[in-house]
Design a protein. Structure first.
Length: 155
């Protein structure tokens, strides 16, 4: 298991960051070469899209269920059940509304105004990991990128 992290973090076997210095944002793929040209570009594009969906969904869950925003004194097991219940109710609401949810639009509007500020803060955040963990994370990322690329080429 691993977490998708932003570019300011280094890879470890638990944290997967995008390739530095490689196209990442969908806007980077506009123009001549609209499609990814390398395994690294494809990995970064998928990393961006998946990370965005995760962030967006968590943001909407917190907006819909404010209890998820704050620390609680409930035991860990109860907190885990609370998250599962919130996700279940969220999915039920989406199904009942035919997939439409105004909270996603509200979240998108809020996030776009905060993005520049957060990027500036993230750029100054230090992080360090043992060299061995960083190298193992790079090997894992390369393996995933190559597997995605092989699948991409056969489609």
């Amino acid at each position: 298991k691993y977490y998708l992290v932003d570019a300011e973090y280094k890879n470890t076997t638990s944290f997967l960051a995008p390739y530095p210095g490689v196209k990442y944002h969908p806007k980077d793929f506009e123009g001549e070469n609209e499609e990814p040209q390398t395994p690294e570009e494809l990995f970064n594009l998928k990393h961006f899209r998946i990370g965005g969906r995760i962030d967006r969904t968590i943001g909407v869950l917190k907006k819909r269920f404010p209890v998820l925003k704050v620390g609680t004194s409930y035991p860990y097991e109860s907190q885990a059940k609370l998250v599962v219940a919130a996700c279940t109710l969220h999915n039920f609401i989406l199904i009942e509304n035919g997939g439409e949810d105004l909270l996603f639009t509200e979240y998108d509007n809020e996030v776009s105004s905060q993005a520049l500020h957060q990027e500036a803060i993230a750029a100054t955040s230090p992080n360090s990991y043992p060299l061995e963990q960083w190298q193992e994370g790079n090997v894992l990322r390369d393996w995933i990128a190559d597997a995605l690329w092989e699948e991409y080429l056969t489609q």
